[in-house]
Design a protein around this ligand. Structure first.
Ligand code: SF4
Length: 62
């Protein structure tokens, strides 16, 4: 199961990027979070889980 962001709900707050920049990035043009390296999510599960928990909208699926 891969990690993904529900772009419709995402408010582009950047919290996921602060918590786990290895996997998440901000798309400045779209003003949304995006996944930059889904393959790394399995390696650093703790950080990804923290990002999921910290997302104020709950729009990261993992
Ligand atoms: S923490 Fe959630 S709402 Fe904020 S940029 Fe990341 S995915 Fe979007």
């Amino acid at each position: 199961m891969g990690v993904s962001i529900n772009a419709e709900k995402c408010i582009g707050c950047g919290v996921c990027v602060q918590v786990c920049p290895e996997v998440f990035n901000l798309d400045d043009e779209a003003g949304k979070g995006r996944i930059v390296d889904a393959a790394r999510a399995d390696e650093i599960q703790k950080l990804v889980k923290e990002a999921v928990d910290c997302c104020p909208i709950g729009c990261i699926n993992w």
